[in-house]
Structures are given as C-alpha cells and as structure tokens.
Design a protein around this ligand. Sequence first.
Ligand code: IPT
Length: 963
Amino acid sequence: MRLNRVRAFLGACALGLGLAAVVPAGPAAAAAPRHTIAFDQYSMIIDGQRTYVWSGEMHPFRLPSPALWRDVLQKMKAIGFNTVSVYFDWGYHSPAQGVYDFTGVRDMDQLLDIADEVGLYVIARPGPYINAETDGGGFPGWLTTQAGRARSDAADYLAATDEWQSAIDAIIARHQLSNGTGSVILYQIENELAATGTAQRNYLQHLRDKARADGIQVPIFHNDRGRNGYWVPASSTVPGTVPGPVDLYAFDGYPGGSCHTDGSVGSPSNAPDWGIQGAGGAKGGASASNTTPGFAAEFGGGWFDYWGSVGTYPCTAVREGPGYERVFYGTNIANRLTIQNIYMVSGGTSWGWLPAPVVYSSYDYGAAIDEGRQLRPKAQTLKTLGYFVQSVAPLTKVDKGADVAASSPAVRIEHTVNADTGTNFYLAVHNPSSATTDDSFTFPITTADGSYTVPLRLTGQDAKTLVADYDLEGNHLVYSTSEIETHLPGVALLHGRDGEAGETVLRYPAEPAVRFLAGSGESAYDPATGDLRLTYTHHGLIKIQITAPDGPALTLLIADEDTAAQFWRVDDLLVRGPELVRTAKVRGGRLALTGDTKAAAPLEIWGAPAVHRVTWNDRPVAVRPAVGGSLVAVRDLAGARQITLPELTTWRYAAESPEATPGFDDSGWRTADQTVTNSTTKPPAGQVVLTADDYGFHHGDVWYRGHFDGAAPTTASVTWGGGGAGLMQAWLDGTYLGQKVLPNAVATPPTRATDTFAIPPELQVTGSHVLSIMVRNNGHNEDGGVNDAHKEGRGVIGATFDGVVPSSVTWRIQGAAGVDPVRGPLNNGGLYGERNGWSLPGFKDRSWSTRSLPDNSAISGTAWYRTTFGLKIPADIDASLGLTIGDPAVPHNARHYRVLIFVNGWNMGQYIADVGPQHTFALPTGVLNPRGRNTIALAVTSDGGEANALETVHLTTLGVARR
Ligand code: IPT
C-alpha cells in the first residue's frame, strides 16, 4: 500500500502536478523539523499519516483583539477542530497602493503563531478576492480606480495582486508546516472564480506561480462556487470539468437553507451526496476530481443576515443546529469528503467599514461560537462529530460499500468500507433526509465478524454513523448502535439520544468480566461466537468496565447527548465536567489543566494513570482515583461570579455638520477636477467626476459642497452610491432639504439611486449658493460576478438641477482625514467629528453640554454623545460585553436616525433605528478595557426632530465565564 502511494506521489511530481511533499532547501532549513504534506483520492497524508481535516472558518479581521484570537482558536480546538480556515482581507491591510500594514490587530504573524501554538492546522485563504461579505469582497478601496478588469489577467490588476501576494505570502510562507515553523497545510488562490475564460485561466496561473515564487510550498487549491468542476487538477479524469493550475479540487456549498429575513422558516432541505455516494459513485468522480480528496472548502455552518431583516441569527443557529449538523456533515463524511471546512464556526463582527452592502455589523452567522464568543448548543454536536472523525482512523480511507437496505423505506443507509482494516461505516438518515418522522427500523450488517440485524431509531432531524469491525483500543468492536465519540487507551466514549435503546457488541476469545459502574443495562456473552452483547437505554452516563482475561481493560462510557457535551478530549486525556477545557499539560506526575467554568462544576479525568497532582487554571485541585481508572476532584470547581455593569447615565453632547452652513470654510478640501473615472458609473456628460474613490475617500461618510451662482433651481436630483441601506442628506444654503435611504431587506439590495430634492420656494433666489451633501457609504459591492461590481461609484455620482447638468458648479469633496494608524483603514469616514478627533478617547469634551437618554430631540445632520465609565471586572472573569441601543425586541422602529458606535475610538458598528435589526453590538475585550476607563462616542445622524432622537443606551452582558 505504502509503496504504491509513494510511487503515485513521485509520478505526480514528475508531471509537475505538485503533489506537495516538501523538503525545505537552504542552510536555515536544516535545523527545522521537516514535515511532509501529501494526498491521494482518499485524504490528506501529513507526515505519512492519513488525516481527516476537520476545519472551521474564523476571520481575524472580524475580531480586532489578538488576545481573543487565542480564546476563539482554543474554543475551536476544544470543540473538535484540528484545522482553522482563515481568509486574509487585502483591503484590511492596504489603505493605498503600495502601502501594507500588518501591525497590531492586523498582525497576521501573530495569528498564525497562535494557531500553531493552540494546535490547529491552517488553511490559508488570501484571495486576492475573497467575497466573505466584506467591503469590495476584500478588494482595497484604491483598487476600484483601476482600468483593467479585476479577477482577470489585466496588467494593472495583476501588478496589484502581486503587491498583495508579496506582502501576505511572506507571512504565510513563514508559517508552513512543511518548514517546521508553523501549521499552514493548504493555500487557496482566488475564491469562487466562476468565469473560466482564458483571462481567468491566465490569472489563476499567475496567482499560483506568484505563490510558489514567494515560497508557498503547501498544496494549492481553489474554492469552486458549488460543485461545478471548475478548476480541477490536471491529474483528474472526470469528464466535463475545467482543469486549472491547482493541486487539489475544492468546492463550497450551503444546502441547509437559512431562516428568512421576515422571520419565517422554510422546511428542512435535503443533504446532497457530493462525493462517493452520489452520481459517479465508487470512482469518486462525484467530487469532480478523482485523484484528490473530497474537499468542501466551505460548507454552511450558518448564514449571514441582511439590513432590514428581523434578525435571523438565533433562528439560523437552530435551523443549522444539531440535527442539521448530523444530517449534512454526516452525509459529507459518508461521501468521503475528508477535508471539510465549516463556514463559519466563529463569525465575529464586521466592525468599522468592513461590511459589504449585504450585511450589517454583526457577522454572528448563527455559528457554533456566537459573536459574544459563547458556545451554542450546536457546538456540542460539532464536538461529537469532530472527535469522531479524528479518533476513528479508518474513516480516512473508505470506498463506497455494498448497498444496504433498511427495513423501513423511510430510512436510507449510506455504507462505506475501509478495505485495509475491514471497518464498515453506516450512515443512517431519513429518506428523504429532510424528513423528521419517528422511525424504528433494522438493517443488516455483514462484516468479517459475520452478519447481524441491527435495530435503530431516528426521530426528528437526525442521522447516525455506526461503526462495525473496528479495533477499539485493543478490544474488538463488532458493532455498536451508539455512535463513537472518541477513545484513548483504556477508555471509550460512545453516545446516543436520551431514552433511545442501544447495543454494543464486542468480541473476546474468552468471557470477560463485565461491571456496570454507573447506570444500568444487560450483558450477555456467547461462547460460540465470542460476542459480548451489552444492551442498555441511553440516559445520563453508563459506565461499564470490561476486563478480558488477556487483553487491555476497557471502560466504556455511554452518554446521552447532554452528558456527552460535558466531555472534553484534550490531547491524550478525556475530561468531564467544566464548561470548557482549553489545555492540558502533564509533567512529572502533575497535570495542569486550563479552562472555563460558568456554574460550579465537577471534574473527572481519564487517561492520566501516572498523575497524582492536578491544577485547574494554576490553582491546586484535590483529586482521588476512582474505579474505572479515572481521577475525580474531591470538590466542585468554582463557578463564575456575577458582574455588575455601570449605567450609562451622563452624556456630553455636541452638534456638528457645520459643512451644511453656507459660511463653512472648505478651502482645504479636494476640488473635484477629474474628467475620467474607471468606475462603472460615469458622471453625466458635461460633469466632472464626483465619485469619492477617485479622490481617495474610500470608506464611511463623504461630504460634498457644490458652489454655484445665479438662480437656485426648483429641484436638485442626485445620483448617488451608498451601499446597503446607504444614506444621503442635503442642505441648500444651510437649509435642510431632507434625507434619502437606499431600500433594504432583499438579498441583493440596491446600492445606488437617483433621488430628487424639492427646493423650498424661499430658497429659489438669485445669488451665491452652496449645495451641501453628505453620503454615507455602507460598503463597496462584492465582485462575485467578475463584472467589476466593486467599481460602482460611491458618494455623489452626478447631480442635475431642474433636469439638466448645471453649467458651472464647483464641487469640493471631503472624506476621512487620514488612516488611523492603530485602528486601520476601515475605522473612519469623513464626519466632521471624526476629522476632529471626537471619536477618540482622549478628546476634551468638557465644554460640551450634558444630556440624558433617551433624548427628546435631534438635529438634522450629525450630533455626538460621549460618555466615560470605569469597569472593574475581576482578572479571572472573562466577561463578554455589548452595547445595546433601544429596545432589542423591536427589530426596527419608525425613528429616522442611525448611530456610529465608537468605543475607545474603535468603530464597532452601525445602528440604524428604522432599518435594523441589530440593537446589541459586541465589544471585544481589548477594544474594551475590563479593568479601567472606557469612552463611548456615538455619532448620531438623524432626520431631525423629536421623533428621530437617540433612544436608551446601556451595557449588556453576552456571557460570563471564570478562567
Ligand atoms: C461563499 C463565499 O465563498 C464566502 O466568501 C462567503 O461569501 C459565503 O459564501 C457566504 O457567507 S459565496 C456562495 C455561497 C455563493
């Protein structure tokens, strides 16, 4: 077997197909431990070991707090992932062509160090195009001004991507597993490039060549938008696919459905067979490449939510919850997708001006780890699946097994077999998989051990993977109707649904001693076959000690789902009790555990026979040995104390928008003087270019002042681009004309419009005039369609007076005053307050008036509210806090105002009262100082009057844990 693989590997290399086995060259490499990364049609093979790559997506740019990267990555590891998939967002690092910033929250070296330290492999996805519901799909603002078609082989575009790759590849290359200096195992070029012409082929080849030239040695892949067979390695012989310059083929899919923005929920969908169970069958052709592992580069772990929604995240977390995970991920496992990345596992926040027009600030995604970094119930199901795929090695090399028919047509069995070990896997799922009926049935199992008829039940949205003919820590498992969660020498953890019957059959040459240490059940030994049959009902924890005359002892732990959720597999240990176990270090008989508690929790440890002293978060824990080989803490671990948060009662207040007044001095602003733009939205004939990006103002708010002499018009029509739920406000000669908002609540929201302001008769006089316009740019479009959609103009595109282009208007433009060196290019736009430091913690606001909230009137335009408060969260408490504006029970109300939320200067999101749905904004520790002073500055942009004033504002607790 091994010989074959090596031969295949050399053959592929000779063909230049780049099966990556990596031998670093040069003197520096000599010291580093070398690792090999290879693959075949079954799985990745890392250091000669077949590896199930069980990956979750998280975005460092959506969590502006490096200390919390460790928190989230440890949580991912704890819930069973061995890999994290990471997009890198070009625009997040590049405020201007040639300028790249990887400092502070943008320090990707640090992120990759932490991933390695935590023990996660990394799938690096640097784009250049990422989509990801980010501004411009990850393209920097300055890229909108290029002439050449993006995502093609246009020379100016490739020069730009070269810049980005040079910068990001230098970092990624340092962290490759192959060098022994990190844990990056895979590298993605582009994302969902669904155009397949020559320009795109050249482009992909260019990206690949550049990556290799930059020292990227790990296998390279692309993520196909659906399993279309676009960009498949040349080694594959599946007909109808498009070859590309990649080593692996990968695709994405979101077949689970999400909750609807109006609050309705569709019925469950069916899980597709996107691998060896599907059409194409045993050859593996159904994965669209028959020489590389089944690879879902993104598979739905939730879905994003839209401006104007009722707020779908809590609903999506349930719809794509435990049942969905078992049915859909289970089906993928049965289809031999041995590289599976769940998008998202920790969604985070699209803070600042990161959101693409389709999304608001929260990118919670209904994911397993919520935006406040708390584990949702679905994380526990992921844990059972993640531990399973990593514990049961034969899963990494399966073929489609013989057809198996269940006794009920309401159930379908997907059968796979590992030919080397003889291990059989049976996925039992409803037929169709969307069905949720209560079905009890049997199905036949035939393995080297003989033939059995196995009883099973499926009720609700559910699926189970049973294992037969398997070496369970030196004990031979004939089959079990409980699912395997994990095992280590001396102990195995199985699980099943509470109240459902289970049976586990093990085989021994002579009758073993069987003791139920906890829970109840029956045991029967058949000397004719050697079968030991254990029968029981899943409930709580059943502990069975099996001692065979010769052979290793085994403690079987059989848990219901709630009990299974209490277990943590950390390296070679199994720990039960705490809310979370992060790390375990054994040294000289001492075991140091770290983790979290919420309520007081018991602690039991398996797999540490030589340990006699235990610490929990560096504090000693008294333990005693228990029957069954575990250690048990004598007293419960302490839980978290409750915390109290200050009321935000006193606010300082100042109005701004002086740009609206005729006498405002705009002499320092840019004069609009360009006559050519590469935006897809050209100005009307006879008008200068006005689009903000052409003048270097890429994010947030931008002001325009149009000066003209003569008669004032009766109407002014403005074509403008504002992204999702964008806003425009206008004044003539200091008089407020009103505001316009782009409509929302549809999957592809309009991102530009032409709107007309009627000029009040009293302003229609002859003289010198100034038309002041403020446009809020809620993001550049993504470029999913490869049609330069990100180049749609932002700000004012064109203006006509009484239907014609006015002959002599001098336009001046002002956006952000510069780039915040700490908070980065996406933190600020061009509000007067932002340009003058009002968003910053150090700003002196003592001369401002005081206000209390809710306020009872608002100006038209923007006013700021600032407050300072202290926090005294104890050092051993991880308090996840948020800021809530208005009534969270009402997704949107009739108030026409919106708020930019600056916390210690960080722009943590935008509240839009009449669009919604978000009321609560996560404030990550690091942005927030848990033990010191904090400043909140709210920029409130309102239509004015009593009805459009700021509502209540308070701090909220999103989760409290002790660690
Ligand atoms: C796919 C993208 O690859 C990813 O970047 C993100 O946008 C995700 O979906 C949705 O959150 S796009 C695909 C579903 C068409």
